[in-house]
Design a protein around this ligand. Sequence first.
Ligand code: 3PG
Length: 209
Amino acid sequence: MQWTARQIMQDAPVIPVIVLHDVAAAVEMARALVAGGIRMLEVTLRTPVALECIRLISREVPEAVVGAGTVCCASDAEAALHAGARFAVSPGYTAALGASCRSLGLPLLPGVATASDIMRAQDDGYTELKFFPAIQAGGIPMLIALGGPFEHIRFCPTGGMTQANANEYLHRPNVLCVGGSWLVPADALAQRDFARIESLARAAVQLKG
Ligand code: 3PG
């Protein structure tokens, strides 16, 4: 199935932002998130093993929909797609990245932090956007302000989100989901504590209740 950006954002209240240093943890981590009710997974291209982890998850965990995060240029998007990524998330937006993802047929959630970023992304047809870095870029007051001129834009605030503050964001009318790393803590991965990751996912699914 080909997912749209909107479907990706509406599947669960949270898209986990995942940093993997160890290929051996990837499959069990993905299974834990899926068991907890989260299947849209953003594996960031920040480590040398990230593409291999995407490849493994897409092959071994068919219930998951694995995407690539930290996609910054056309070659990142191509590599992610070839590894099995079903969507891409970027920290910012460039027309080159937008065009590349469109020609690859790879759904993109582009990062934006300003009105000009949004105007550039929507010029190229992108209306479902990651608001990044959410807290540093103005948090809820900024989302309210952007909702005036950009009523039809929908956001995934990411950066500084936690189980405690996510609900405030999720209840904004222009927010469909949030992104955050708290579902997959580095120490849980290091300790192979997949039960903890599953229970963090389970709690996150209850958000916006
Ligand atoms: C990131 O770039 O790492 C994401 O924005 C996640 O940020 P967080 O760790 O604050 O959730």
